[in-house]
Design a protein around this ligand. Structure first.
Ligand SMILES: [Zn+2]
Length: 250
C-alpha cells in the first residue's frame, strides 16, 4: 500500500517529466483515493480500460495515452465526461505519461520495443531526442527485420515500404505516431526506420532516399512501456499490478 502523492512524486522524478514539452499533462490526471494497493496498466485511458480496471479492483491506472490533449476545448461532456465520471465515481486514480514514457532508457516504449527486436540504442535523434537508433545486429536484412517485428508484436504484419533493398547496418525507431521523424532518421544515417503509423509522404521518401520504412501499428508499438513502468513502481512500493490489453488494430 502506498500514498497516491508519493507514487506521483516518484514517477515524475523517475521519468524526468519536467524535461519534456508535451501535448498534454504528465502525471496524475484524475485524483482518486489517497491509498493505492492495486494498479492496472494499459496503453490508453479508454472507457473499456477504465471499466476493466474497476472490475479488477484497481486503485490506480497507469497509461501512456491519458485524457487531456492540446486542442481540446476543456469541456467534460460526451465521451470524455463519461470517462472522467466513471473514474471519479469509483475513486480511481489516473496517471498518464506520454513523451517521458516514450523516451525513458529502460522502461520506455522505445527501449522496451528495441529490446524485443534485439536492438540496443547507442544514439538518439529527432525532436526532444525521442528517436532511438542502434546497430542492426542480427536484423541484417529487411525481411529478417520485418519477421522479427511480426513475432514481437503478436503476429501483426507491419506495412513495409522497402527502400532500395540495401543490407541494414543501422536501424532507427520511434513508437506510436512518429512518421514525421522519418526525415531526421534518414539524416541520422539509418537504413530502415520503424514506427507505428504511416502517412502518404513516407512512401515517396522511402523510394527517393532508399531508406526502408515500417509501419508497425501505433498501439502495437506502445504496448510495452506502461506495463514496464507499472511493474517497476509496483515493485518499488509493494503494490499489486496487472496489465490489461484492450485490443486496437490502429
Ligand atoms: Zn502514442
Amino acid at each position: 500500500m502506498a500514498n497516491r502523492n508519493e507514487i506521483e512524486s516518484y514517477l515524475n522524478a523517475f521519468l524526468a517529466v519536467d524535461r519534456f514539452k508535451d501535448y498534454g499533462p504528465n502525471g496524475l490526471q484524475v485524483e482518486g483515493r489517497a491509498e493505492v494497493r492495486r494498479v492496472v496498466s494499459g496503453v490508453t485511458a479508454s472507457l473499456a480500460l477504465i471499466d476493466a480496471a474497476i472490475s479488477d479492483g484497481a486503485d490506480a491506472v497507469i497509461v501512456h495515452h491519458g485524457l487531456f490533449w492540446r486542442g481540446q476545448d476543456g469541456r467534460l461532456t460526451g465521451w470524455l465526461g463519461e470517462r472522467v465520471r466513471r473514474l471519479m465515481a469509483q475513486g480511481l486514480n489516473l496517471f498518464a505519461y506520454h513523451l517521458p514514457l516514450d523516451a525513458h532508457p529502460d522502461v520506455g516504449n522505445n527501449a522496451q520495443l528495441g529490446r524485443r527486436l534485439g536492438l540496443l540504442a547507442d544514439a538518439r535523434f529527432g525532436e526532444q531526442e525521442l528517436g532511438f537508433s542502434a546497430p542492426a545486429g542480427s536484423n541484417g536484412t529487411l525481411a529478417v527485420l520485418a519477421s522479427r517485428v511480426q513475432q514481437a508484436l503478436g503476429g501483426r504484419m507491419p506495412l513495409v515500404l522497402p527502400g532500395d533493398g540495401r543490407a541494414l547496418s543501422r536501424i532507427g525507431w520511434c513508437t506510436g505516431g512518429a512518421q514525421g521523424y522519418f526525415e531526421s532518421a534518414i539524416a541520422a544515417g539509418v537504413d530502415a526506420f520503424l514506427t507505428g503509423e504511416v502517412s502518404e509522404p513516407q512512401a515517396h521518401l522511402a523510394r527517393e532516399t532508399g531508406v526502408a520504412f515500417l509501419a508497425c501499428g501505433h498501439h502495437a508499438t506502445e504496448c510495452f512501456g506502461a506495463p514496464a513502468l507499472a511493474a517497476h513502481v509496483a515493485e518499488r512500493f509493494g503494490l499489486e499490478h496487472r496489465f490489461i490489453e484492450i485490443a486496437n488494430p490502429a
